[in-house]
Design a protein around this ligand. Structure first.
Ligand code: ADP
Ligand code: MG
Length: 323
C-alpha cells in the first residue's frame, strides 16, 4: 500500500541522488553495457535513466512496483550470498510513492514493450510501447506529495554533487559499463566501458591525477585486495577521494579507509588524503550488506584481519624506493 511505501521511501529515498543510485544499480543488475543518466535541475525536476539491459517482461512490469517484489533473490540463503546490487525490492515502489514515474521497458525479442506510469503510488496507466530492448525510466517531481522532504533538500549544487558522487563510485566499481551523466543538457561524466579502471579514474579526477597513480595488490587466505592509489606526494586534502569496493559494491567503512591512510605512514602530509580506488574480494559470507537500507554500510566478520592486511599492502608498496 501507498503509506507503507512512503514510509520505506523515507529510509531508501533521501534525495535525488538516492533515486539515481537505485535506478542505475537496477540497470547494472540488468546487465546493461550502456547507461545514460539525464538530470534536470539537480534531479528535483527530473531524473531519467536509460539502459540497454535485459528489460522487464510485460507480465512482470506491474509486479516490479510491488513492495519486496525482487527478482534477484528467492530464498533466505541467497540473502547471505548477494551478488546483485539490489535485493530488497523496495526501490521502485518507494520511488513511485513519492514521485511521478514513467517506465518503458522491453525484453529481447518481444514484439512490443510496456509503458507504466505511477504518480504518488497510484497506477495511472499501463500500455504497450516500443520494443527497444532495455529500460528507460523517468522520475519527475520528487517529493511532490511529501513537501517536508522536499524542503529538507540542500542547494542544487549540493544535490548535484551527490549525484555526481554516486555515478563516480558506480563507474569505479563497473569499468566495463559505459556511463554518461548530463545535467541540464551539459555532459558531466562519460566513461567508455572498456574495462580500464585507470581510464575511469581519469574521466572522474582528470588525466593528470590518473597518470600518477600506482597499482597495489596483495592477499591472504580470506581477502584479495587490488587497487590504484595516488603517490603520497600528490594527494588531495579530502577524505572523499578514497573509494572502497567490496565484491564490486561501493561501501563506506571508516576502519578500512583509515588502514589505507595509515599505510602511507609519515609520507602523507597531515590533513591530506590519498586518491584511491581499493577493490576487495572476499567470500560473501564474510560480509553482511543487509545492515542499512541504502546498503552503504556493511558488517565485516574479520574486519581487524582486513585492516591489518590493507595497511601492510600499502606500506610495502610505498616503502619501495622506486615507485
Ligand atoms: P531490487 O533491485 O531490490 O530487486 P527494485 O525495486 O529496485 O528492487 O526493482 C524491482 C525489480 O524490478 C527488480 O528485481 C527487477 O526485476 C526489475 N527492474 C527494475 N529496474 C530494472 C531495469 N532497469 N532493468 C531490468 N529490470 C529492472
Ligand atoms: Mg533495485
Amino acid at each position: 500500500d501507498i503509506l507503507a511505501n512512503q514510509i520505506a521511501a523515507g529510509e531508501v529515498i533521501e534525495r535525488p541522488a538516492s533515486v539515481v543510485k537505485e535506478l542505475v544499480e537496477n540497470a547494472i543488475d540488468a546487465h546493461a553495457g550502456q547507461i545514460d543518466v539525464l538530470i534536470e535541475e539537480a534531479g528535483v525536476q527530473s531524473i531519467r535513466v536509460i539502459d540497454n539491459g535485459d528489460g522487464i517482461a510485460s507480465d512482470q512490469v506491474a509486479k516490479a512496483f510491488l513492495r519486496h517484489a525482487t527478482s534477484k533473490i528467492s530464498n533466505r540463503h541467497d540473502l547471505f550470498r548477494v551478488h546483485s546490487l539490489g535485493f530488497r525490492g523496495e526501490a521502485l515502489p518507494s520511488i513511485a510513492s513519492v514521485a511521478d514515474v514513467t517506465l518503458e521497458t522491453a525484453i529481447a525479442g518481444a514484439s512490443e514493450g510496456t509503458l507504466i506510469h505511477f504518480r504518488g503510488g497510484e497506477l495511472i496507466e499501463q500500455t504497450g510501447t516500443s520494443a527497444r530492448q532495455g529500460t528507460d525510466i523517468t522520475v519527475r517531481d520528487i517529493f511532490f506529495n511529501t513537501p517536508a522532504r522536499l524542503k529538507y533538500l540542500k542547494s542544487q549544487t549540493t544535490e548535484l554533487s551527490k549525484i555526481v558522487d554516486v555515478l563516480n563510485r558506480l563507474s569505479f566499481s563497473h569499468p566495463k559499463v559505459a556511463f554518461r551523466l548530463s545535467h541540464n543538457g551539459r555532459e558531466v561524466l562519460r566513461t567508455t566501458g572498456n574495462g580500464n579502471l585507470q581510464q575511469v579514474i581519469a574521466a572522474v579526477y582528470g588525466i593528470n591525477q590518473a597518470r600518477e597513480m600506482v597499482a597495489i595488490t596483495g592477499q591472504d587466505n580470506d581477502f584479495k585486495v587490488t587497487g590504484l592509489m595516488s603517490l603520497p606526494e600528490l594527494t588531495r586534502a579530502n577524505r572523499s577521494y578514497i573509494s572502497i569496493l567490496i565484491n564490486g559494491r561501493y561501501i563506506k567503512n571508516y576502519p578500512l579507509a583509515n588502514a589505507l591512510i595509515k599505510g602511507y605512514g609519515t609520507r602523507l602530509m597531515v590533513g591530506r588524503f590519498p586518491i584511491a580506488v581499493l577493490s576487495i574480494e572476499m567470500d560473501p559470507l564474510l560480509v553482511d550488506v543487509n545492515v542499512h537500507p541504502q546498503k552503504h554500510e556493511v558488517r565485516l566478520s574479520k574486519e581487524h584481519q582486513l585492516t591489518t592486511l590493507i595497511e601492510q599492502i600499502v606500506r610495502d608498496r610505498f616503502a619501495k624506493t622506486n615507485l
